[in-house]
Design a protein around this ligand. Sequence first.
Ligand code: SF4
Length: 301
Amino acid sequence: MEDPVIQSAYQAWRVEVRRESGALPDEYDGVVGLPLSVAKQKFSPSQLTNLGQCPFKWFADRVLRLAELTEAETELSMSLRGRLYHRCLDIACKLVVGLNYETKEELLNYLHGAFLEAEQKENLPTLPAWGARRQEHLTTLRQTILAPDFLSEGLSVLTTERRFEGEWYGLRVTGVIDRVDRTPDGLAIIDYKTSSQPPKGAKDIDDKLKLDIQLPLYKQLAETVLFPGEKVALAYYYSLTKGKILKKVDGDEEALAQFANNVKVRLQTGQFPVQPDGDREACRYCPYDLVCRAGSRLNRK
Ligand code: SF4
């Protein structure tokens, strides 16, 4: 009788040899072959972007449910700062909905109170010298509001933190739009960022992370579900730290329809290979590198 330890060691060795070779991904590299129901999946724009950046990234998160390690916040992390700024502007902007006269002055008046309320709602931990540091953040937000790109003349806030659910090219989707303004030409969709760069999209046909999913999805859902009959004139990412528009997005309908179709096929065929973009931008902040064993082996695939 063969030694069971040798048997499983041999099997593990075979898996590793294949994984390290130039052979296409198999079930040990995310091509599991188990179909998932398209109708049962509900995607946020960031989940769709993850899936479009590297299918395994989405699979590890949403199907395997591999949780990221959470650490106690002892400093103001980027994500906590983002939540704080979003919440503060949400609270303040709600107070000026519909106003289009001296809106900025009103917003500035509400800013301090809104920031304190945001701290409470986000359960801000006790941070060293927070009194002084709060002033720095308030100064940043004040400059952001005063910047010409932030709610320019003639525009008014229509709604903030607007949740939606609906269908996008046959996929069930859900999300929250940071702010919608009314402009003389139609609606403006705004997504706040605390970074100084526009976010990476899904892979395009050149294998670059340039296919933006989020704003075209918001635009379509705004026109069909949230504000039927209204037209979205523009959609853009706005940097809360730089006080300027990072990028305006229109959306290539053909590419987006193709993308959604690819997502459906992936679900139906159970194909979620470890397959980031050629420049490996998708791996930069991905927490699953230990699981997928990214690394030089991917160059051979
Ligand atoms: S580290 Fe890179 S290859 Fe691995 S799952 Fe994340 S994006 Fe994909």
